[in-house]
Design a protein around this ligand. Structure first.
Ligand code: 15L
Length: 273
């Protein structure tokens, strides 16, 4: 169910990149309540624009097209880019070159707020018996997590030098429900994802802030103490799925790196084929 607008703030034109991805598709109908025009982009075909939408097919690594994409935009929700562990080349194109293109375009087109879909895999090599806050050093669990750490540093640079604000969302596992024991800690419901994105778009002052994207789960490895100013309040929890998940996966191999580290299977995924 879509939430009623959490904020009276309405953007004249909001850009959602990666609109064809899993989370982009979830956000597409939800973000319309917060803007007059929702501009959508992806490298794949998004189909026809509905009322109140504009659609552009743009690869993040295409510098010129990215410049056009940000023209006339008031704020960006950047969900685009590679979102799993992959070989370096596609990660370099979308998550490194593409991020620089996005922020350069924002600078030149006067866009002042970006909500960046970072990832919990920035800190995936912390152990599951540690609680990590947003000021602790990154420990990426692969090239993908490393590229998201780069994105966060880039956002910090564009805040310090050019005053472009960013909220970096270290998104956990945003699916319809948690799929395994790990996701009892990392789960982020779609409704809470919407609450998080809207809070990040509308908080009055954010500079560059980092926040973990999780629901109000009983088990948690992440501490958002330093992001209270964002005003994100999750209303869902993985707890309602707990008994079903534990019944499906009663035994955990505690010697398996996927069960030791927060990044789960990402710590074993190899980009080298
Ligand atoms: C991510 O960053 C991925 O984009 C997503 O597919 C999930 O696997 C998630 O992390 C996770 O950690 O569960």
């Amino acid at each position: 169910m879509l939430n009623p607008p959490a904020s009276p703030l309405k953007f004249p034109r909001l850009l959602l990149t990666g609109a064809g991805g899993n989370l982009g598709q979830e956000l597409r109908p939800r973000l319309k309540a917060y803007c007059d025009v929702l501009r959508l982009s992806d490298c794949r075909d998004l189909g026809a624009a509905a009322a109140g939408e504009e659609v552009q097919t743009v690869a993040l690594e295409n510098t010129d097209r990215m410049m056009d994409l940000l023209d006339g935009v008031n704020a960006v929700v950047h969900m685009g880019g590679v979102s799993t562990e992959q070989p370096w080349e596609p990660i370099l194109a979308s998550n490194i070159v593409g991020m620089v293109n996005l922020y350069e375009a924002a600078r030149l087109k006067g866009v002042k707020r970006i909500v960046f879909a970072s990832s919990n895999h920035v800190t995936g090599f912390y152990r599951q018996d540690e609680v990590v806050n947003t000021r602790m050093p990154p420990k990426p669990d692969g090239f993908y997590g490393l590229s998201k750490a780069f994105g966060e540093d880039l956002a910090q640079l564009y805040w310090d030098r050019w005053g472009i604000e960013t909220v970096s969302l270290r998104i956990g596992s945003s699916f319809t429900e948690p799929r395994d024991r790990r996701m009892l800690a990392t789960y982020l419901s779609y409704d809470d994802l919407e609450r998080l994105v809207v809070a990040a778009l509308t908080a009055p002052i954010v500079g560059h802030s980092i926040i973990y994207g999780m629901s109000d789960n009983q088990t948690t490895w992440w501490d958002n103490t330093h992001a209270k100013h964002i005003g994100y309040r999750p209303l869902d929890s993985s707890d309602v799925f707990r008994s079903a998940v534990e019944a499906r996966q009663p035994v955990i191999d505690t010697k398996d790196p996927a069960a030791i580290y927060q990044g789960g299977a990402f710590v074993k995924a190899t980009p080298h084929g």
